[in-house]
Write a new protein. Structure first.
Ligand SMILES: CC(C)(COP(=O)(O)OP(=O)(O)OC[C@H]1O[C@@H](n2cnc3c(N)ncnc32)[C@H](O)[C@@H]1OP(=O)(O)O)[C@@H](O)C(=O)NCCC(=O)NCCS
Length: 170
């Protein structure tokens, strides 16, 4: 039985181990810690199986230029599941619950840069269809989803992740 809940203080090391194991390196784990330390992760969830943390997801605010400053959007990254727990739906549970929480706290849209084979299932579409570009020049792998109906109708521009992504080499 998998439980999805918010990450808690004191779990940083366990979460780090999950991210390093999933990505095979520490770049994304460093990113998660920096975002958390700087309070730039409004939503961060873990998946727990038998008291063991087996998955993690983080969302951080993104800017869209030239969108109104009041427009609130979030980037999904990174998403990690321990290799031995992959392909059991845990990543999907984290993504769906995370998007729900982002919507509940007022974010109007979310973006993700990743495999479209994976993320289209959550309702993401190619971001360029909304007139959204990105600083990485990614095309079909850069996707967006409205968390509030019609939110992206009047917004277009270049999406930028928090500066911590560049700081960590992401
Ligand atoms: C991507 C990841 C989080 C998926 O977690 P998961 O719990 O295995 O995902 P689910 O069980 O919900 O979904 C499994 C599906 O995802 C697909 N999938 C898994 N990893 C994928 C990847 N890197 N690229 C494309 N598809 C992927 C599987 O092929 C499977 O597809 P299917 O349902 O069509 O057979 C996990 O594989 C992982 O931690 N990977 C390493 C880190 C990473 O690449 N994170 C994503 C980038 S931020």
């Amino acid at each position: 039985m998998i439980q999805i809940r918010e990450e808690q203080q004191g779990e940083c090391q366990k979460i780090r181990q999950v991210i390093v194991a999933a990505f095979g390196g520490d770049t994304e784990a460093n990113l998660v810690e920096l975002l958390r330390d700087r309070n730039r992760a409004p939503v961060a969830l873990v998946a727990v199986s038998d008291n063991k943390i087996v998955g993690h997801i983080m969302f951080s605010p993104v800017t869209i230029t030239p969108a109104p400053k009041t427009f609130r959007a979030v980037g999904l990254a990174p998403l990690s599941v321990l290799p031995e727990f992959q392909r059991q739906g845990i990543g999907s549970m984290l993504a769906r619950e995370g998007l729900k929480k982002c919507a509940a706290i007022g974010f109007e849209a979310a973006v993700v840069l990743g495999s479209h084979h994976y993320y289209l299932r959550f309702g993401f579409s190619r971001a360029s269809l909304y007139g959204l570009g990105n600083e990485y020049d990614a095309d079909e792998h850069f996707m967006a989803i409205e968390l509030k109906h019609g939110a992206l109708d009047k917004v277009s521009g270049t999406v930028r992740y928090s500066p911590e992504f560049k700081e960590c080499g992401c």
